[in-house]
Design a protein around this ligand. Structure first.
Ligand SMILES: CC(C)(COP(=O)(O)OP(=O)(O)OC[C@H]1O[C@@H](n2cnc3c(N)ncnc32)[C@H](O)[C@@H]1OP(=O)(O)O)[C@@H](O)C(=O)NCCC(=O)NCCS
Length: 229
């Protein structure tokens, strides 16, 4: 599954990816929900995977309510845009609902998630932690799997921050590098459609390889600009 996740996410949102490390580390995370960890097979090959996690919503008075999120969700690049991702997601959401999962939100492309019943979280008064409360956040979809679940749980307005487990590559950069080195080498590239990249030191935008710094072995360092590294 980690190979598949790496293949699916590689160079999609940034040069390379870290989502396979999230998956690797989440298996021992108490927020991981083993009953909601699904693979999709075609001709004996694993072509898709999705996992769910416990999460929290923070109310305006600072109190916390339990909730749920999911991801990474991956379809192998050779099988993308054939309807498999939607099929896998709809199956997983139906199972989640039977386990009492009432509300889900996460970061993602609304153009895909809308097909599975999601709408922007701001329409349910759920805010994203890194954005102003009055912002319409296009990458933050949500859905009440059990209609009325938010109201029943006295959640009229709340803020979501992804669980700590999703930031593991930032928290343990050396462990991530060591883990990544166990995989066959793949070229990291800046491509159209990725999230904007900025130098971690001076904040300069990194829009092409030439803007970036270099590692001691001469490879491109996508974390820093050429002036800072
Ligand atoms: C996102 C992903 C899981 C979608 O799976 P998929 O099998 O490729 O998607 P589907 O064929 O089921 O798509 C169904 C519909 O969702 C929408 N959709 C899917 N991917 C989309 C994309 N990248 N951009 C915009 N719309 C998209 C389209 O409306 C699509 O229907 P269409 O192909 O008839 O236009 C898969 O492409 C993937 O693994 N991507 C890389 C990893 C990733 O981004 N994961 C999600 C993180 S939020």
């Amino acid at each position: 599954m980690e190979d598949l996740t790496r293949e699916a996410f590689w160079n999609v949102y940034r040069p390379g990816c870290t989502e396979h490390f999230v998956l690797n580390q989440y298996r021992t995370n108490p927020d991981f929900i083993p009953e909601l960890d699904f693979v999709m097979e075609e001709d004996g090959l694993i072509i898709g995977h999705v996992m769910f996690s416990k999460a929290e919503l923070v109310l305006n008075d600072g109190s916390r309510k339990h909730s749920w999120t999911f991801g990474p969700i991956s379809i192998h690049p050779k099988y993308k845009r054939k309807g498999y991702g939607l099929q896998l997601l709809q199956y997983a959401l139906a199972k989640a609902k039977t386990l009492g999962v009432g509300f889900i939100c996460m970061e993602g492309n609304i153009d895909f998630y809308r097909n599975a019943g999601f709408d922007l979280a701001c329409k349910l008064n759920i805010h994203y932690h890194a954005e102003p409360k009055d912002a319409v956040v296009p990458y933050f979809p949500a859905q009440e799997l059990i209609p009325g679940w938010l109201k029943e749980n006295d959640i009229h307005e709340a803020t979501y921050c992804p669980p700590n487990g999703y930031f593991v590559a930032d928290e343990k950069p050396d462990a991530f590098e060591a883990y990544e080195a166990t995989f066959p080498k793949k070229e990291k590239m800046i491509l159209d459609g990725q999230l904007p990249l900025f130098c971690h030191c001076c904040g300069a935008p990194l829009t092409k390889d030439e803007d970036c710094g270099r590692n001691p072995d001469g490879s491109i360092n996508f974390d820093y600009c050429k002036h800072c590294r």
